[in-house]
Design a protein around this ligand. Structure first.
Ligand code: ADP
Ligand code: MG
Length: 214
């Protein structure tokens, strides 16, 4: 279970987050819905370990991880401005996390290609990432986030660059994949439809705190 306790963070000497409490049960997807500038990305960065709160703590399965470095948290991140490695081809981008974990090159590439096939990207395995369309790059980023079987998935407006049809398809695909893996996920979005399509529960980010939506 992922838990946030009384998280506070200022920006420009104004409170941005001011007493955020949240529980995400294991295997559950929870959405954080809020207007632009409400602090959603900041909150997700605090969960990821890319930002430190001024007050409060982050817990995972009973452990205080507030000051644990991001790479030790075992979370996969997918942010809106996806950053694929331009010097690696598609399959090596996807295989990257496995290589970091010490998986051999051939085995990592094989797993990457299997996942790419399920994402409809088999034909692009050895392509350079910049030759892919924006939507295809987003799908590569999804595959890269999922391949290490993270213990939680943190998604920041993950489908914002996709056209409507592909977005619907990926929302459904992603929801099924998260559920099948029993994965815990936190989804940040300004799009209520996206939250409804993917999350079991949603909270509104408003005036620095969370308001229960469903
Ligand atoms: N590193 C940063 N650089 C610039 N502005 C920031 C930064 N971190 C937070 N902010 C400000 O804090 C507010 C909330 O940002 P953010 O968490 O990205 O909101 P959201 O993701 O809900 O749009 C914004 O008004 C933004 O200007
Ligand atoms: Mg944001």
């Amino acid at each position: 279970m992922l838990e946030l306790r009384d998280i506070a963070k200022q920006w420009d000497q104004r409170p941005l987050l001011n007493g955020v409490n949240l529980r995400v049960n294991s295997g559950e997807t929870v959405a954080l819905l809020g207007a632009s500038g409400s602090g959603k990305s900041t909150l997700l960065k605090i969960v990821a370990g890319l930002d430190v709160p001024e007050r409060g703590s982050v817990w995972f399965d009973g452990e205080d991880i507030t000051r644990m470095p991001p790479e030790r948290r075992g979370f996969a991140l997918m942010f809106q401005d996806f950053a694929l490695f331009p010097h690696l081809n598609v399959q090596d981008n996807v295989a990257f996390g496995l290589r970091e974990q010490g998986v051999g090159k051939a085995a990592a590439r094989k797993q990457a290609r299997e996942l790419l096939a399920r994402f409809g990207l088999a034909a692009h395995a050895t392509a350079r990432v910049w030759t892919l369309s924006g939507g295809e790059q987003q799908r590569v980023a999804l595959a890269r986030a999922l391949i290490t079987r993270p213990r939680a998935l943190l998604l920041d407006e993950p489908f914002s660059a996709l056209d409507a049809a592909l977005r619907d398809q990926l929302r459904a695909e992603f929801r099924e994949r998260i559920q099948a893996a029993g994965m815990t996920a936190l989804l940040v979005t300004h799009d209520e439809q996206e939250a409804r399509a993917m999350a079991q529960h949603a909270w509104g980010v408003q005036d620095g705190t969370l308001v229960a939506l469903w």
